[in-house]
Design a protein around this ligand. Structure first.
Ligand SMILES: CC(C)(COP(=O)(O)OP(=O)(O)OC[C@H]1O[C@@H](n2cnc3c(N)ncnc32)[C@H](O)[C@@H]1OP(=O)(O)O)[C@@H](O)C(=O)NCCC(=O)NCCS
Length: 149
């Protein structure tokens, strides 16, 4: 297994990035300025994008594993890798997500805890109603991870 920081042609990973964020113009807002990491185990399995928010905080903007490779530990590997990668630069990593219990428990199992909520983020910023299964996404839930731990 290897994890690479990708600096060129980041859009080649758009199919995976769209699994986590289904509107391309929202991805464009963070992809060019963000750091993109790709996990390969043989072939490509997962990607994630991280941006700096300020001198103390970075934010995980997107993480996705191809559907057939989910629940095999690749997402957790990627989060462990970026937590180590950024711990000398930032105190805290944030991640924002819809109010989906399975995704919230994924992040909690990777060391994140609840931080705050941005009301109506999905209804205000996306051009169509967003669903995760049967659940309509309305508020953005932010979780945070202390990178010194
Ligand atoms: C969320 C996602 C990136 C997790 O990646 P992954 O490679 O499947 O994650 P892992 O296999 O490392 O899972 C780590 C842990 O979380 C659990 N987990 C992962 N996804 C889960 C889900 N959808 N429901 C319940 N538990 C889940 C795993 O069971 C595992 O727990 P364990 O180690 O105790 O067994 C992946 O499910 C995905 O790409 N989803 C679609 C895109 C998406 O929604 N991204 C997040 C946007 S906010």
């Amino acid at each position: 297994m290897r994890i690479e920081k990708i600096t060129e042609n980041k859009k080649q990973f758009l199919d995976l990035l769209l699994l986590a964020d289904e509107q391309e113009n929202m991805i464009d807002k963070y992809l060019s300025s963000g750091d993109l990491f790709a996990l390969f185990d043989g072939d490509l399995k997962s990607v994630c994008v991280v941006v700096a928010i300020n001198s103390e905080t970075c934010e995980l903007k997107n993480i996705a594993t191809y559907e057939k490779y989910q629940n095999k530990g690749y997402g957790r590997e990627l989060i462990n890798y970026i937590s180590n990668f950024y711990k000398s630069h930032f105190k805290t990593m944030l991640v924002g997500t819809g109010e989906t219990p399975s995704i919230l428990s994924f992040y909690k199992s990777c060391g994140f805890e609840m931080s705050h909520r941005v009301k109506n983020f999905f209804t205000d910023n996306y051009d169509h109603p967003m669903y995760e299964g049967d659940i309509q996404l309305v508020d953005m839930i932010y979780l945070k991870k202390d990178l010194s731990k």
